[in-house]
Design a protein around this ligand. Structure first.
Ligand code: AMP
Length: 397
């Protein structure tokens, strides 16, 4: 069985063709600058990489080019489009309407569209990607896999905000959480690695990338997560502020003359590591700058590690203990300095890492637990596409 996984952004479309027998990507790539001048498709299959520069006025044209690349005699991975058994779509927001992945029907699509105001930057692009695929492959089953679904098991006292109950009832204001497929994947991988049933494990998963979120996974179920109503909440990120006192919004408006939308954009795009350091949102640049004595780069990294550490402690408290701590995504998988700073001083929880092992970069699951460490500390490469492909295969059979 072959599944095409689609992750559509406003001007981009990433894809992977996954063979479910091997669970490996046979082809992958992405279209960029859709609807803009200079659009291109980067496609990888059979060890070859090609750059296809073509006009892509919309997502439908992009999907057509992706399918052409997949069946191409030179650099394709399949001989005909009919070999694609189903398409799995990453959809950012399920609202409270879905707590798991679903087969896409016209009614499902309508419900997804009704949640657009909860993710105005992402949801329209996801819907455009689904419609583009349906137009070209009308008979192929399609499945929506939601970023929020894994977090739907949070108890009410964890997902509610301290605002009047009517704001929740009338406007769906609550914590939703994001990166769900990643938190699910790495928590399941951790259980497999430890040779234990997920039902007996208390795991804190740290998805630390351009966007970062931390989750408490108790018995295989998410019980809390650091992102909130939107992906702006939680720890400070590449360009996002993370949690701030909400009164800052009006204060900034008064001081700077920005309107509300401009302040929210300032918090989303100009803040976090980039805004604090004045150097970059990329942790590689921040580390290099810190090594050269840049104190604001040092401050940004310290703030990130401190905020992450606080969530680890909070979630150990929320679950009444912790058996395993997982680091994943671009920073979690690659940045030993951050892993060391996050875990430093957590010996009272039984968390200790082997500092020499932590400096080594390995592929696959990497156990960096110190000798005698009570809590397993694991670096696990995430694979959100595989989660999407697995759900798609299951629901489209
Ligand atoms: P992601 O969103 O998971 O793709 O993560 C992207 C981020 O991971 C980048 O912006 C970098 O900050 C970080 N990153 C990637 N590679 C490294 C590395 N080798 N060392 C430190 N940080 C890295």
């Amino acid at each position: 069985m072959k599944i095409l996984v689609i992750n559509a952004g406003s001007s981009s479309l990433k894809y992977q063709l996954i063979d479910m027998e091997t669970e490996r990507a046979e082809a992958k790539g992405g279209c960029e600058r859709i609807g803009l001048e200079g659009s291109f498709l980067k496609h990888k299959a059979n060890g070859k990489e090609v750059l296809i520069e073509e006009d892509m006025p919309n997502h439908q044209v992009a999907v057509k080019l992706v399918l052409e690349a997949l069946v191409d005699k030179e650099h394709g991975a399949i001989s005909s489009m009919k070999e694609i058994d189903a398409v799995g779509h990453r959809v950012v927001h399920s609202g409270e309407d879905f707590n798991c992945s679903v087969l896409i029907t016209p009614e499902v699509l309508e419900t997804i569209a009704s949640n657009t105001e909860l993710a105005p930057l992402h949801q329209p692009a996801n819907i455009t990607g689904i419609n583009a695929c349906r137009a070209i492959m009308p008979d192929t089953p399609m499945v929506a896999v939601f970023d929020t679904a894994f977090h739907s098991t949070m108890p009410d006292y964890a997902y509610m905000y301290g605002v009047p109950y009517e704001a929740y009832k009338n406007y769906k204001i609550r914590r939703y959480g994001f990166h769900g497929s990643s938190h699910l994947f790495v928590s399941e991988e951790a259980a497999k690695y430890l040779g234990k049933s997920k039902s007996e494990l208390k795991i804190v998963t740290c998805h630390l990338g351009n966007g970062s979120s931390i989750s408490a996974v108790n018995g295989g179920k998410c019980v809390d997560t650091s992102m909130g109503f939107t992906p702006l909440a939680g720890v400070p990120m590449g360009t996002r502020s993370g949690d701030v006192d909400p009164a800052i919004v009006e204060f900034l408006e008064t001081k700077t003359g920005m309107n509300t939308a401009e302040v929210i954009s300032y918090l989303n795009k100009k803040s976090g590591m980039a805004g604090i350091s004045g150097v970059s949102s990329d942790f590689r640049d921040l580390s290099a700058a810190m090594e050269q004595g840049n104190d604001r780069a040092r401050l940004a990294l310290d703030m990130f590690a401190y905020a992450t550490k606080k969530y680890v402690g909070a979630y150990a408290a929320a679950m009444g203990g912790i058996d395993c701590l997982v680091f994943t995504a671009g920073i979690g998988e690659n940045d030993g300095y951050i892993r060391e700073k996050v875990t430093d001083g957590l010996g009272f929880l039984g968390i200790a890492i082997d500092k020499a092992e932590n400096k080594i970069r390995k592929g696959g699951i990497h156990d960096i637990t110190a000798n005698g460490g009570k809590v397993k500390v694991l670096v696990i490469p995430t694979n959100e596409e595989l989660v999407i492909a697995r759900d798609t295969a299951r629901l489209s059979k």
